[in-house]
Write a protein that binds this ligand. Structure first.
Ligand SMILES: [Zn+2]
Length: 123
């Protein structure tokens, strides 16, 4: 979901299995499966031989997780002096599980606007 949102942010509207498999370092068939699954959940449309097109529901969901991811990244960089790629790796491990309450606390205390790589933190 995060990779798809990044692609969307970068103006790439259609994400195919090849793109996703390279971005995540997974097999093409796994990527294909993931994209079809997202479509099944109602986050977009999957067109065979083309790829996944995110819809407004998908964007809403992706923003939620991206927000957690990027706030955690900022937090790790600030508190533990991790570099951006370390912070990203650690945030990847836990972002999906971070509670809304924790994210709110981080946001209120630090008022971050951008992640360590300079990408906007979605609202
Ligand atoms: Zn990251």
């Amino acid at each position: 979901m995060k990779e798809i949102y990044r692609a969307y942010e970068n103006g790439l509207p259609v994400v195919g299995p090849t793109y996703l498999s390279q971005a995540l370092g997974i097999s093409k068939s796994t990527a294909h499966h993931m994209l079809k699954n997202l479509a099944k959940k109602g986050y977009g449309k999957y067109i065979e031989r083309k790829g996944f097109i995110i819809n407004s529901e998908g964007i809403k969901e992706a923003k939620k997780i991206m927000r957690k991811h990027r706030l955690l990244e900022c937090f790790f960089v600030d508190i533990f002096s991790l570099d951006a790629s370390q912070a990203c790796k650690e945030a990847n491990r836990i972002d999906a599980f971070a509670g809304d309450e924790l994210i709110k606390l981080i946001e209120e205390k630090f008022d971050y606007k951008c992640c360590p790589c300079g990408n906007e933190i979605p609202k």
